[in-house]
Unconditional design. Structure first.
Ligand code: UT7
Length: 330
């Protein structure tokens, strides 16, 4: 019998733009203050992709190039690029196609996957299935968002939260029991009303009026989303551990979506993980939507050891949420 194939993460790449938007900068733009932002969200600064002609693909491409260098492969070896994003370069074609061109992944097919802040976990699960099928050997999953493109910088309830960035992982077959072990993904379309962008889609195509009404920016009812997020992320994490007969003691690292420090802390507490086992970089990057989880992996990559159990967890627009167990492979 052929050994069971699992999808191992074999390299990580990342990219954040140089320009920083600090809490002090925001104090000059809207009625807010550093103390409020830090205590309510944990954020101190975010990165912003500045410059005309630059889009999500311009952050994803360097992240993927870095990943290829680290793994010692050329982009020509990539079979598929799955791009998780809510800020595609254009409505179509898929940003994955644009990225393929920018990195020279001439033998890859690719597509975008839109599941808001859970996009990376959804994409990781789909990418893992392609590897587990035995048909593909090298799948890149990239989470990227240029949130500054859809943030209203006169709305203090949203502009303090979001930032830009990209993180990517390479998935390859493994027959020794390392890689993506299990995933529990959920969605609930009734969450639409609490978090969405009103115009620019087929429901409300762009017009001068939709632009004047600022309908191309994020609309979020923060408190409602917060309540669902705290419960959703903790519940799904606990359920995934339970069905794998694991407890918090078996987990080396919690890798949570970085939306709000208080949501992260509540999730860690629920599964009994001390702060030193929780990846937190929200203070440096803010909420980069699909990029938060791979950017954590990127920041912590040198501290991870073969065999470490990682619990990845996310909650976001849709609503979408989920958790994934990863046994680190290198
Ligand atoms: O990643 C995708 C999923 N998104 C999330 O998970 C986000 C979840 N939500 C949150 O993180 C939080 O709800 C926010 C950070 C968005 C807001 O924090 P909050 O503690 O829920 O604040 P709030 O909306 O309840 O507002 C409390 C007060 C209000 O003033 P009053 O009515 O009590 O006088 C707001 O007007 O804080 C005020 N406020 C601010 N004050 C200073 C709201 N934003 C600001 C601000 N600076 N930037």
């Amino acid at each position: 019998m052929n050994p069971k194939i699992s999808a191992a993460i074999t390299a990580v790449g990342g990219f954040v733009p140089e320009t920083k938007l600090t809490n002090a900068d925001l104090e000059r733009m809207v009625d807010t203050n550093d103390e409020w932002i830090k205590s309510r969200t944990g954020i101190e600064e975010r990165r912003i992709l500045k410059g005309t002609g630059l889009a999500s693909s311009d952050m994803a491409a360097p992240a993927i190039k870095q990943l290829c260098e680290r793994r010692g492969i050329t982009p020509k070896e990539i079979d598929c690029i799955i791009c998780a994003t809510v800020t595609p370069d254009m409505v179509f074609p898929a940003t994955a196609n644009i990225i393929s061109d920018k990195v020279g992944a001439v033998n890859a097919f690719g597509f975008d996957l839109e599941a808001a802040c859970s996009g990376f976990l959804y994409s990781l699960t789909v990418g893992a299935s392609l590897i587990e099928s035995g048909r593909y050997k090298k799948i890149v999953v990239v989470g990227v968002d240029k949130m500054s493109a859809i943030v209203d910088y006169s709305d203090r309830t949203t502009c303090i939260i979001f930032g830009d960035g990209a993180g990517a992982v390479l998935l390859e077959p493994n027959t020794e029991g390392y890689g993506i072990m299990d995933s529990l993904l959920k969605s609930d379309g009734t969450g639409l009303k609490h978090l969405h962008m009103k115009a620019g889609g087929s429901l409300n195509p762009s017009t001068a009026e939709t632009v004047a009404n600022k309908q191309h920016y994020i609309y979020q009812e923060g408190q409602s989303v917060f309540k669902f997020a705290v419960k959703g992320m903790a519940d799904v994490s606990a359920e995934l551990l339970e069905r794998n007969n694991l407890t918090g003691d078996d987990i080396s690292w919690l890798v949570p979506h970085q939306a709000n420090r208080r949501i992260i802390d509540a999730t860690a507490e629920r599964i009994g993980l001390p702060p030193e086992k929780v990846m937190v970089n929200i203070h440096r990057y803010g909420n980069t939507t699909a990029a938060t989880i791979p950017l954590c992996l990127w920041d912590w990559k040198d501290q991870l050891h073969k065999g470490d159990n990682l619990l990845l967890a996310a909650f976001g627009g849709g609503f979408t949420w989920g958790a994934t167990l990863v046994k680190w492979a290198y």
